[in-house]
Design a protein around this ligand. Structure first.
Ligand code: SF4
Length: 346
């Protein structure tokens, strides 16, 4: 912590909460003090204030995604956290794009397990022209044959590809900025922060919901964690996905020290203060990093989960996740609908 930084007390937490509930953004200097909150009691107080903000803006909905790693490994990019980059020697699986029937079968399974959204994820900087017809077929079939919203995460897209995916039924596109702009080139050198924002803007321009986020715990400072949160707010997507680094052996971040679980709870709470009215989804690394504090993280303002495992690591199982959501007062049977939330009827 910076020597002159005064940790937030309950008066500041209360006044920031009132400000956010009144529709006003908190100031970066107050966010810094919130993130510096000390002592378990005050951190719980901060978490509870964030939970109240989530309730006020979003009600008890819980947005649930499940994903398939539809094409794994052999990626030309050098994202330092990722075991699928061909720059590193890891044990991640390497396989080409799965056939549409296999992707559709996984979607059916995800729907039966309680997911609302199904995300088709492919490794690589962008989908290849010869892969697009099979991806489009999978999107079309899942849209027609299930009640799931289809999300894709395929890397950078052209305008035409966004149009084609939207026409096939894709409702949301995931593209993460990964980390704060000021930390980005320590994590990725093969493309830029602006490249990533450009893809999100392209998707938004065509009226597709965007999902954007990144990973915390990649050696960034606490100020950079806040910078990341404010940049996500500025990008203004419907869904923000927060991963917590689960270091993968063989990657440059393979031996990064994990952040303590209470620090993560505090961070999630402050993200909710900064982004009060959107989905805040806990994603990869939550089980490994939060351990027994996962439910507390949900009570600190989060309201979404990726269920059923991640790209290269497993999860705790959808049944346990749904139980946890019910236990903290979220309703996994009510999916996010933008119009309902905007109208205050979530
Ligand atoms: S995060 Fe995506 S783009 Fe980066 S190395 Fe992994 S698969 Fe490639």
């Amino acid at each position: 912590m910076t020597p002159d930084l005064i940790p937030a007390d309950r008066t500041l937490i209360d006044s920031c909460q009132t400000q956010v509930l009144g529709g006003r953004a908190i100031r970066p200097e107050d966010a810094r003090r919130l993130l510096a909150t000390e002592g378990t009691d005050d951190i719980l107080y901060l978490a509870s204030a964030a939970n109240r903000i989530r309730e006020h803006f979003m009600g008890d909905i819980a947005d649930l995604c499940s994903l398939i790693n539809a094409k794994s490994g052999a990626c030309s990019e050098d994202c330092a956290f990722c075991s699928q980059s061909s720059s590193y020697k890891t044990d991640a699986a390497v396989y080409p794009l799965l056939p549409p029937a296999q992707i559709v079968a996984a979607a059916r399974k995800a729907e039966a397990a309680g997911a609302h959204n199904f995300c088709i994820v492919c490794s690589g900087d962008a989908p290849r022209a010869d892969e697009m017809p099979r991806i489009l077929e999978a999107v079309r079939r899942i849209t027609e044959e299930t009640g799931l919203n289809v999300t894709c995460s395929l890397g950078a897209l052209t305008d035409d590809q966004v149009r084609e995916l939207k026409a096939a039924g894709m409702k949301r596109y995931n593209h993460n900025i990964e980390t704060a702009r000021s930390h980005f080139d320590r994590i990725v050198t093969t493309h830029t922060f602006d490249d990533r924002v450009g893809t999100i803007r392209r998707v938004q321009r065509q009226g597709v919901e965007a999902c954007c986020g990144g990973i915390i715990g990649m050696g960034e400072s606490s100020d950079q964690r806040l910078e990341f949160a404010f940049q996500l707010r500025e990008i203004g997507t419907d869904c923000f996905t927060l991963n917590i680094l689960n270091p993968r052996p063989g990657t440059p971040l393979g031996s990064v020290e994990p952040l303590p679980p209470l620090e993560l709870v505090k961070t999630i709470a402050v993200f909710r203060f900064i982004i009060p009215d959107k989905i805040l989804k806990l994603s990869g690394g939550r089980e490994a990093n939060l351990r027994d504090l996962q439910a507390l993280a949900m009570l600190a303002g989060a309201n979404g989960l990726i269920v059923g495992g991640y790209l290269t690591t497993g999860g705790q199982g959808a049944e346990k996740d749904l139980r946890m959501l019910l236990d903290v007062g979220l309703d996994p049977s009510r999916r996010y609908r933008k119009a309902a939330v905007t109208a205050g009827t979530a």
